[in-house]
Ligand binder design. Structure first.
Ligand code: PMP
Length: 283
């Protein structure tokens, strides 16, 4: 099916949306992005994603593109035009097209593009049976708090995981887990939820922020601290969070079975709470 996508002010059939070969997103990964999930045809966590997008642009001195103030309407229109019930809206902003130079161009016009992807988010194999992860060295740059389109290393990590018969990789730096290749990482020990605190070392997950808030409201205990790969392998439970996976149980880490090898109680409860609460707030 041919989707309708959005590019710089226009809704177009996907095969008619074209970007210059001089676009700095293409030449230099000079761009930022967001993925907003869609459930029941409604947007989840839109405000959180918009705020983080604004912050990413600010950190990179990138201008807001034309249409920035209409982003909610553009998201909704794409969901409507493409009849998305479950899936997501991908949004990317680059610094725009300019003759190739490391120095930021003075007068480039930022490129704004969005497209939808329909896919089941609830009742997936991984949500029912859990997923497996391996460890990989975290060799990414030092500003992981900015959501840039430099995704080659996460892509390599997914390939390493696949080659090892696993689903994803958790990244390790200086002896501690930072986060998953495209998600935040958590372990559970004796009912306590443990996840790394916020810094430039990880992306400040929108799902993470809401999840920790809902967990606190449900009187669950949370400890924001670094944890080691060994702690993870011997944890009672483990899970990840991201916009597209919500809360996903991890049942195997580097070949070691976590808990009973099935999604744990805390992870399952958190997934339920997160989906319920987000659904209520969807717009
Ligand atoms: N960390 C990384 C490296 C990610 O790529 C993502 C998802 N894009 C996340 C964490 C989770 O962020 P969010 O909950 O906002 O999707």
């Amino acid at each position: 099916m041919m989707r309708t996508v959005y590019l710089n002010g226009e809704y177009l059939p996907e095969n008619e949306a074209k970007v210059s070969i001089f676009d700095r997103g293409f030449l230099m990964a000079d761009g930022v992005y967001e993925v907003t999930s869609v459930l029941d045809g409604k947007l989840l966590e839109f405000d959180g994603h918009l705020k983080r997008l604004e912050r990413s642009l600010g950190e990179l001195d990138m201008d807001k593109p034309e249409g920035f103030d209409d982003l909610l309407e553009i998201h909704r229109e794409l969901v409507r035009l493409n009849d998305v019930d479950q899936g997501g809206v991908y949004l990317q902003i680059t610094r725009g097209a300019a003759d190739r130079d490391f120095v930021y161009p003075k007068d480039a016009t930022p490129t704004l593009c969005l497209f939808t992807q329909s896919k089941p988010l609830l009742d997936t194999d991984a949500s029912k049976n859990g997923m497996s992860v391996i460890f990989a060295d975290d060799i990414r740059w030092g500003r992981r708090d900015i959501k840039t389109v430099q995704l080659l290393y996460p892509s390599m990590c997914k390939m390493m995981a696949k080659a090892a018969g696993a689903d994803d990789a958790w990244l390790v730096e200086d002896g501690f887990v930072t986060e998953g290749s495209s998600n935040n990482a958590y372990i559970v020990k004796g009912n306590k939820i443990i996840t790394r605190g916020l810094s430039n070392d990880i992306l400040h997950g929108i799902t993470r922020a809401s999840l920790l808030k809902y967990a606190k409201e449900s009187q669950m205990e949370i400890e924001e601290r670094n944890f080691t790969p060994d702690e993870a392998k011997t944890a009672d439970e483990a899970f990840i969070s991201s916009a597209s996976t919500f809360v996903m149980p991890v049942v195997k880490i580097e070949g070691e079975t976590i808990g009973e090898g099935t999604p744990g109680k805390v992870s399952q409860r958190l997934r339920e709470i997160y989906i319920d609460e987000s659904r209520k707030r969807a717009i």
